[in-house]
Write a protein that binds this ligand. Sequence first.
Ligand SMILES: Cc1ncc(COP(=O)(O)O)c(C=O)c1O
Length: 397
Amino acid sequence: MLKVSNFQSHLTQKISDLKQRGTYKSAKHLTTPMQAHAHLQEMESEVCVLSSNNYLGLANHPAVVQAAHDALDKFGLGTASVRFICGTMSVHQSLEKALAKFHKTEAALTYSSCWSANTGLFSVICEAGDVLISDALNHASIIDGCRLVGKGVVRKVYGHSDMAELESILKDSENAPRRFVVTDGVFSMEGDLANLPEIVRLCQKYNAVLIVDDSHGVGVMGKAGRGVAEHYNLEDQVDIYTGTLGKALGGAAGGYVAGSQSLIDMLFQASRPQIFSNAISPVTAAGAQAALELVTADRVASLRQKIQHFKKKLHELNIPVLKGESAILPIIIGETSKAIECSEQLLKKGFYVTGFGFPVVPEGEARVRIQVSDDLTFDDIDEAAYALNDVLKGLVG
Ligand SMILES: Cc1ncc(COP(=O)(O)O)c(C=O)c1O
């Protein structure tokens, strides 16, 4: 009993420390579907959502919702089993075929999240002596996935988009049996793109396998929304893709790996989140497949117009946005407390924009991060920009 109460008081102390440092996270609660305007329980009103990854506005699209309903009627809620035992349904197979076609790969394999995909990939493909090279700003799931590789795999990190450092690591490891380079397609806190042309050139020169997590690129980059590799016309140069179904592709949950048939076969045999954890729900699989069919050039072009419009408006108002071509528009505020205050004031004005501070981003680089959705109207965008301008003026003054 004493031990338990010590434990509880330890946790209470840690939580109160987080609150004191201003880094305690609390969830706000939507009472309506995820879309441009959603009702927020805490505000007792509708707000304009500028912080979801619902890039193409498909999370509550009628065709996506209908496909999910139909799958619920046909398959029930779930598989009640991991996949290799008896937990794979035809709806998973059909989604995986569609994902492979989308990425122009031989095959694809879904996971319960992209987090699971990333943490289940590297320990299968990297063996003792191999070198696994990762960008410093890669997503946390890649960082953790890299940590899970077996003994004898050499892990290296290069400075964010530092191509000279990447080359020097590749050069130093020329005698390794295999080298793997892994990068986000779009970096989620900065909104910038991986320098894929140079990364591809280096991977070719040093015979390295290239893995791109395009969770924030799919549905946003490339004419047809196939992501950063399509944007650079380098789709045939990426060996392995990982991605999420939780952002542009319907926004529910789930992730995937796409690549060669032998890679996918191997992951099915040995990837731990694959063999020890259930498949995504058939409802999610059917919804994601319907969303994938709605990733059209027209939708992507419309989103891109809105991104351009948002940037132009912020530029007119002299609000500096970090450079990048994605739908992520970070505005550096500086101190964590100010970024959080900015976000709170925006919410009071009816705009839901998240503030990020240390330790998610480096000290002194706290920011608010706007994410553009095709669901937003041009009026929403103008009003959001004016609201941000008012709030920023108040914060500085
Ligand atoms: C680049 C990247 N990879 C992976 C993930 C994890 O995706 P999921 O929510 O499917 O686990 C995210 C989510 O934020 C991400 O931004």
